[in-house]
Design a protein around this ligand. Structure first.
Ligand SMILES: [Zn+2]
Length: 123
């Protein structure tokens, strides 16, 4: 059994740099810039960058940054029922998606809270 949950150092950094700039800023805003610098150097055992992004987006969604899902128009359902069921893939059937902060909003968050929002990034 291998532990696939944790990656560190260059693997983490590889995942991080593959994200777009807004996604990278989203991670920095939530987890803190120093944490991210340490991660890039490989000093810490981090959860995967993609997973961090999902947690960060979930955090913003819980804060009430939501918008109607564009794919299903907020109904959570597809018009066509496929073998996969009728729930919308994009929103999982809840009809809402996170409204990701803009680049500008994220840069302000990072300036105001360089240490992030206190959510642990290590495993
Ligand atoms: Zn949807």
């Amino acid at each position: 059994m291998s532990e696939v949950k944790t990656v560190s150092g260059s693997i983490w950094a590889d995942g991080f740099i593959q994200l777009n700039e807004r996604d990278r800023l989203t991670i920095k805003a939530v987890y803190g810039t120093q944490n991210i610098k340490d991660s890039i150097r490989g000093d810490k055992q981090m959860i995967e960058a993609k997973q961090m992004l999902n947690f960060a987006l979930e955090h913003f969604m819980n804060e009430g940054r939501k918008q109607k899902c564009k794919r299903c128009g907020g109904s959570g359902k597809y018009i066509y029922v496929s073998v996969y069921g009728e729930n919308c893939f994009d929103c999982g059937g809840c009809g809402e998606k996170v409204k990701q902060p803009t680049k500008r909003e994220l840069e302000k968050m990072i300036r105001d809270n360089p240490d992030g929002l206190g959510i642990p990034a290590t495993v």
